[in-house]
Design a binder for this molecule. Structure first.
Ligand code: 3PG
Length: 213
């Protein structure tokens, strides 16, 4: 599953981190992201409707790849898998959660923020990890620093990244994908500003295409 986690990140390039307040909102949002050219999303388990929204997207929108984000406990892990999550993302990964994630039957992108934490995850077989909160813990300088000693680590930096600097992160050899909520801010979702989501997604997809050209 871990080779698959890296592939998922590479295929995505930019991973929208989405927090939804309703199932219909999630559908409209997923439509706008798809139309903009982004087909993978990290749907955070931060709202009561999140699991229901995840299940609805999996049922109704076969073209979208939906991971569960903000997985904090083994119970949330099981709920997310039951809801059909294509992959799991955590913001941080204490040993008890890592124990559970090792048993997950879907790809996992565990979060960490220090060399010691990444090493612990790599020892367990996780080598595609989320660097969170990426800009707060050093951003590009941190990512370059990790590239020497932890050569097998592949990162999805997330937290504080925007369309203004996403390309700089994607240009790093140890970065497979960049995560962020900049193309799906909650006020836009609440106001039904799908044109803005579509346009920001299109710009994000173009950043990925440029990075890979
Ligand atoms: C996450 O859960 O990964 C973050 O909320 C996303 O970070 P951002 O909102 O700073 O992009």
């Amino acid at each position: 599953h871990q080779a698959k986690a890296e592939q998922l990140l590479r295929d995505a390039g930019i991973l929208p981190v989405v927090t939804v307040d309703g199932v219909e909102q999630a559908r409209r949002l997923a439509d706008a992201l798809l139309e903009g050219g982004l087909r993978s999303i990290e749907l955070t388990l931060r709202t009561p409707v999140a699991l229901e929204a995840l299940a609805a997207l999996k049922r109704d929108m076969p073209d979208i790849i939906v991971g569960a984000g903000t997985v904090l406990t083994s119970e949330q892990m099981r709920q997310a898998i039951d809801a059909g999550a294509d992959f799991l993302v955590t913001p941080g990964t204490p040993p008890s959660l890592a124990d559970a994630l090792e048993q997950a039957q879907v790809p996992v992108v565990p979060g960490a923020a220090t060399p010691t934490e990444f090493l612990a995850l790599m020892t367990r077989g996780f080598h595609a990890c989320k660097l969170f909160p990426a800009t707060a813990v050093g951003g590009l300088a941190m990512i370059r620093g990790l590239d020497g000693p932890l050569a097998d680590l592949v990162l999805c930096p997330t937290g504080g990244i925007s369309e203004n600097n996403a390309a700089d992160f994607l240009a790093q050899p140890n970065v497979a994908c960049v995560g962020g909520s900049w193309m799906v801010p909650r006020p836009w979702l609440a106001a039904g500003e799908w044109d803005k989501v579509r346009a920001a997604s299109r710009r994000a997809a173009a950043i990925v295409a440029d990075a890979r050209a």
